[in-house]
Every structure is written in structure tokens, then in C-alpha cells.
Design a protein around this ligand. Structure first.
Ligand code: PEP
Ligand code: MG
Length: 589
């Protein structure tokens, strides 16, 4: 616990979710602040940003004035008083001036500066004993919302990626929050923070996965980090160990800087493998594919030398869009087409909408008691055939621009296979009617991520063109652990014998039936498990691009002939320690 001294160093232990060391200043984000864009404004644009906020404040003033003027004669007097209070709040220097200072001093964009100030004011209001005054907090928030609405409609001067490189602020910020949803995490992709720390979350929650895709250190499940760490505290994230050190001593700081340098050198070395084919020592070729969330990620995938996209989590195109909107067929088509074009002829596996659980749509009703077991992924799509058909048509149209594969998530039942295939047929027929072209041979695969699917493989191999094992969910559902819940994170064990059996069975059944099997869950990007998966017969790995070269290096150093004899022992073992030891031993073969 914090001892009150601002300089006392302390550390917090949680769950490592994205590797590497980050050293920077804490930036505490409140839930409200997560809703707006965050970026730092370059010195030369600061006054323009100040004006943007001033203009928004003036616009709200005018809005309130109009409201007042247009009040019906018989309107209750409280209504006029209410508008007066809001106008007063708006003119108060704490709203009309303090955020301008924040823009100038911290370089925050206008929305962020306003919210930072509102958060500070709200905290002060919480301390007030007088109930009437305490309730005025709501008025301040309503005024802020009006201003934000105007701001969000005004043109934002977002710096381009890397434009502010070397900027003191940017090079230093570590986001600390109670929780960040996957959709909010996505918003951070175009702006640079150097690390993330959250109080809650699990290793394979979608928030963690997006953090990994940002390729910056992150640790979750830090319990009370967002209350114990204070704004601007110096923080080290050790993303390998899941440790956060707050206000470190000079000596500790030096040690971590040294580690950062070593990691950087290792990374540079890996970069040389980009064009080397992934072939084991005994000559077996392995496909290394990329997991992406948005078409822009294809650039990273290509840079890392991926053989294609093994998993395009298309749901990220649907998230964070507000309550009313779904991407249209044309909009989706354009995004899929972009991804396909960016991969220059390499296959792109587009997973159909996997919405629900920890990735809700804004417009979804949150009625499920246990969303991970609820109307998720293919269940949702079959219940909403128009949404599904729209997506399928968009994917099919994109197949004219390269090699596209369709991947269906969360299948468990025979009727889900049949209905999905029927929907694809219907989408094709609809395109035929419109005279639109598509690749008639688009391959359709199933994600094997529910134990029932892994135990009923004949059902799948007969009708599907390929399989992709989603180990993140397979572990969640087999071991009955919510992947988002840090309190059960210690039970999330990819080496549980049940998991190993299910993966191995799926690979064997697929190969026996002559269809390709990939692993696209996070296990595929874990170098400690590369040889284990090779030993199980896996020949296609799909992972985030940032992990790809390290996995390739592992593959280049692996010899399947020496792994094979060890596999029998591993697959028979039931003792978790023995399994872990045997898997570790594979690495030094
Ligand atoms: C998985 O479950 O392993 C997977 C790849 O899909 P997601 O993580 O998006 O659920
Ligand atoms: Mg999944």
C-alpha cells in the first residue's frame, strides 16, 4: 500500500498481457474520459486547439440563449432557472478557462482537456457535505456533455502517427485505468501511449489482445492500480512479469533501461528473419499467418513477413459506433477489400461477426446473465439474418480482389454449420441477382473453440473446408473460467491435459480428413508453446504480427524428429508440473 509519501516506491503485481518494458508517467483515465479521443497537440497547433474549445463554449452559450428565448410562456419556472444555472457554469473560469490552460500546458486535445478538468471538479464535488451542492456535479457534467458534443462535431487536428515522435509528453505516457473495453482500447491505436495498466482484466480478454496488437507493454488485473497510482507518477511496466513499479528508485530505473536496450537489440536482430521462410531444421514448411483487427493492421502483417491473414476479427469494424449504426454492406466491402489488397495476393481469413461476451455492440441489449455463454458470434448472426447476410455479401464481393476465406466463430451444433452454409449460398444468390461478382470457390472454415466442437469433429470435417482452433475460448469454455475475470486468471492454463487433448484431436482429425487446421488463439504466438504445437502436428499458426518473427525463430531452431519422441510423454501426462516441465524441456532440444 502507498505510505503517503509521494516519492515512496512500491510495486503491484498482476497479469502480464503484452511484453516488454515501458517507463513513463502515469496518466489516470476515468471511465468518462475513455469515451473521447486522446491525442497530444503539437506546439504550433496549440492556439488553434484553444480556439476550437473556445468556439465550442461559445456555441453552447448561443444554444442555451436560444433555448431560453424559445421557452414557451407556460413553461415551468424551474426550466428557466435550470438554463440559467447551466449558463453560469459555462461562464465560470473553472470551465471556461482551466481547460484552456490544460491544452497549453499538457498539450491535450480539447475534449481530453475538458474531461480532465471535469474529472478534477467532480472529485472535489464528491467531498462536499452539503447534499444540494454535491448534486450540482450532475449539472457540470451535463454542461460538459453539451460542449463535448459540439467539439466532437468540429474538425479535429489529429497528429499523424509518429508526427510527434520525440515529443516529451508522448514518449512518457502510461495509461492507468480501472478497465478499458476492447472498443475503447481500439481508440488508442492511432495515438501513442507507451503502456497500459488496468485494475481488472484477464490475459486473453479482448482488451488484452488489442493491447498486444498495439505492441506495447501492458499489465492487467492490477487490482487497485488506478487508485494507488497517482497522476504523473513515474511508472515502470514490466510486461513480461506483469509487474508495475511506481516511483522507482534511480537504481531500479537504470536496471530497467538496460533491459529495454537489450530487448531492442534482440528485436532488431529478429527483423532480419522477415524474408526467411519458416522451415524447421528437418525441412517442414510452416505457415505463419497474422491476426488483425482492422485493415490498417495489414501493413504490420506484411512488415512481419506474414504468409497471410489467419484471423481478421471483423467485429472491430462494428464496435464503438454508437447506438444506431451498423456498417453498411458497401462500407464493410471497402474495409475487406482494403485488407485483401494490402495483403497482395496472400490469403485473408475473414471471421464473421463474433460479437457478444466482452465485445458487445453498442446497440445490443445487455440482458444476458452470462454473456460469454449467451447470444454470441454465430448464435447472434443466425438470430439476426439480415446483419449476417449483409456481412457475407460484403466478404464475398471482396473475394474478387484476392484470396478470401470465411471463418465462422463459436460453432457447436450441426444446424449451425448447415444454416451458415445456407446463408452463404443465399448471399451468393443475392449477389447473382444483383449481377455482382464473387469467387464461387471461397473456402469456409469453422472455429473450434467450444469443447463440444472439438469432441464432435466428424460433424465439422465433412462440411468445412478448414478449421481454426480458437484456444482463447477453448480454454475459457473447457476450464469454465471467464477469460476476462482476473480473480480466476490463475486457473487459465493452456497446458491443462484436457486442453492439450482437444487441440491434438482437432489437428489429427483435420489432417486425417485432408483439411487444413490452424491455431489462431493466443497460444499460437507464445514461443514457449511453439514446439509443443509443432509436435502435435500443427502446420499453420496465426498470431499477432508482433509475435510472428519470434515464433519463426523458434521454428527455424526446431527439429520435429527430436520433438516427436517427447510428445507421447506429454500427451499422456496428467500432472500439471510434469507437463510444464516436459514442455519446457522441448525448448532445449
Ligand atoms: C479464440 O477464441 O482463441 C480466438 C482466436 O478468438 P477470440 O479471441 O477473438 O475470441
Ligand atoms: Mg474466440
Amino acid at each position: 500500500m502507498r505510505d503517503g509519501s509521494p516519492m515512496a516506491s512500491f510495486s503491484l503485481h498482476g497479469i502480464p498481457v503484452s511484453r516488454g518494458i515501458a517507463i513513463g508517467r502515469a496518466h489516470i483515465l476515468t471511465p468518462a474520459a475513455l469515451d473521447v479521443k486522446h491525442y497530444l497537440v503539437a506546439e504550433e497547433h496549440l492556439e488553434a486547439e484553444v480556439r476550437r474549445l473556445q468556439d465550442a463554449l461559445a456555441a453552447v452559450h448561443r444554444e442555451l440563449q436560444t433555448l431560453w428565448n424559445e421557452l414557451p410562456k407556460d413553461a415551468p419556472t424551474e426550466l428557466g432557472a435550470f438554463i440559467d444555472v447551466h449558463a453560469l457554469i459555462l461562464s465560470d473560469p473553472m470551465i471556461s478557462e482551466a481547460p484552456l490552460d490544460i491544452i497549453r500546458s499538457r498539450h491535450y486535445n480539447a475534449e481530453w482537456a475538458l474531461l480532465t478538468q471535469i474529472d478534477e471538479l467532480s472529485a472535489q464535488f464528491d467531498e462536499i457535505e452539503d447534499a444540494y451542492l454535491r448534486e450540482r456535479k450532475a449539472d457540470i457534467q451535463q454542461v460538459a456533455e453539451r460542449v463535448l458534443k459540439v467539439l466532437m462535431g468540429s474538425e479535429q487536428l489529429m497528429p499523424k502517427q509518429g508526427e510527434l515522435e520525440g515529443d516529451e509528453f508522448l514518449a512518457q505516457m502510461i495509461v492507468v485505468a480501472h478497465d478499458i473495453s476492447p472498443a475503447d482500447m481500439l481508440k488508442f491505436r492511432d495515438r501513442s501511449f507507451i503502456g497500459f495498466v488496468t485494475d481488472v482484466g484477464g490475459q486473453n480478454s479482448h482488451t488484452a489482445i488489442v493491447a498486444r496488437s498495439l505492441d506495447i507493454p501492458a499489465a492487467v488485473g492490477m487490482s487497485q492500480a488506478s487508485t494507488l497510482i497517482q497522476q504523473d507518477d513515474w511508472v515502470i511496466i514490466d510486461g513480461d512479469a506483469g509487474v508495475v513499479i511506481v516511483t522507482p528508485s534511480a537504481q531500479v530505473l537504470e536496471q530497467y533501461r538496460e533491459r529495454q536496450m537489450v530487448a531492442l537489440r534482440a528485436r532488431k536482430k529478429l527483423g532480419k528473419l522477415k524474408k526467411t521462410p519458416a522451415i524447421t531444421k528437418d525441412g517442414t514448411a510452416i505457415a505463419l499467418m497474422a491476426n488483425i483487427e482492422l485493415p490498417d493492421d495489414c501493413e504490420h502483417a506484411m512488415e512481419s513477413g506474414a504468409n497471410g491473414v489467419g484471423l481478421f476479427r471483423s467485429e472491430f469494424l462494428f464496435m464503438g459506433r454508437g447506438a444506431a449504426s451498423m456498417p453498411s454492406e458497401d462500407e464493410q466491402y471497402e474495409q475487406y477489400r482494403r485488407a485483401v489488397a494490402a495483403m497482395k495476393g496472400r490469403p485473408v481469413t475473414i471471421r464473421t461477426l463474433d460479437i457478444g461476451a466482452d465485445k458487445p455492440l453498442d446497440q445490443m441489449e445487455h440482458t444476458a446473465l452470462n454473456p460469454a455463454l449467451g447470444l454470441r458470434a454465430i448464435r447472434y448472426c443466425l438470430a439476426e439474418p439480415q446483419i449476417f447476410l449483409t456481412q457475407l455479401r460484403a466478404i464475398l464481393r471482396a473475394s474478387m480482389h484476392g484470396k478470401v476465406r470465411i471463418l465462422i466463430p463459436m460453432m457447436a451444433h450441426a444446424f449451425e454449420i448447415d444454416q451458415s452454409l445456407a446463408m452463404i449460398k443465399r448471399a451468393k444468390a443475392q449477389l447473382d441477382d444483383r449481377g455482382e461478382k464473387y469467387d464461387p470457390d471461397v473456402k469456409v472454415g469453422a472455429m473450434i473453440e467450444i469443447p463440444a466442437a472439438a469432441l464432435a469433429l466428424p460433424m465439422f470435417v465433412k462440411k468445412m473446408d478448414f478449421l481454426s482452433i480458437g484456444t482463447n475460448d477453448l480454454i475459457q469454455y473447457t476450464l469454465a473460467i471467464d477469460r476476462v475475470d482476473y480473480e480466476v486468471a490463475h486457473l487459465y492454463n493452456p497446458l491443462h491435459p484436457a486442453i492439450l487433448q482437444l487441440i491434438s484431436m482437432t489437428i489429427a482429425a483435420g489432417h486425417k480428413a485432408g483439411i487444413e487446421v490452424a491455431v489462431c488463439g493466443e497460444m499460437a504466438g507464445d514461443t514457449k508453446l511453439t514446439r509443443l504445437l509443432l509436435g502435435m502436428g500443427l502446420r499453420e499458426f496465426s498470431m499477432h504480427p508482433s509475435q510472428l518473427l519470434a515464433v519463426k525463430q523458434e521454428i527455424l531452431n526446431s527439429d520435429l524428429d527430436s520433438i516427436a519422441p517427447q510428445m507421447r510423454k506429454i500427451m499422456r501426462a496428467m500432472d500439471p508440473d510434469a507437463i510444464a516441465d516436459a514442455v519446457m524441456a522441448l525448448q532445449v532440444l
